[in-house]
Design a protein around this ligand. Sequence first.
Ligand SMILES: [Zn+2]
Length: 175
Amino acid sequence: MPDIRPTVSSTALVLNQTYEPLCVVSVRRAAILILSGKAVCVADGDGVLHSARQALPVPLVIRLSRYVRVPYRTHVGLSRRAIFARDGGRCAYCKAAAETIDHVLPRSRGGRHAWENVVAACARCNHTKGDRTPAELGWRLHVTPVAPKGMAWRGLGHRTPDPRWADWLDLPRAA
Ligand SMILES: [Zn+2]
């Protein structure tokens, strides 16, 4: 059993054998997968873990030794954090820092609360827009709102990804 010392990163990204992001696990769980031969470390984090017999660099990203089949379609919860992550934390109308969620077609006019009709927005644009559509205001969207695809979202939709995972994730980079 590895003796886990407090480290900067407490979680590791798990990639499938095909390098497709699968999920996020604790560093402890990642170390156990490596020590049991079920995964290999792809990128080291900061620090070293010590078990009774060996020292192991803190895993930052690991890759499973065997392919894990996952269901094709995964539902991603429509959370505020997931919407901000999809839109890079920027207002869809003016690219300022987003603070709110806006329904492109307002709910008062039948707009659905769905991935295709929600965008991150700054408070000013959201307030100015009110119950009008972007077309009525002559506004253009800087993003096309779609449901996020890909396994990266399976385990990350509700948490902030470690920026050091960016090379393995197809996520918008927040400025
Ligand atoms: Zn704005």
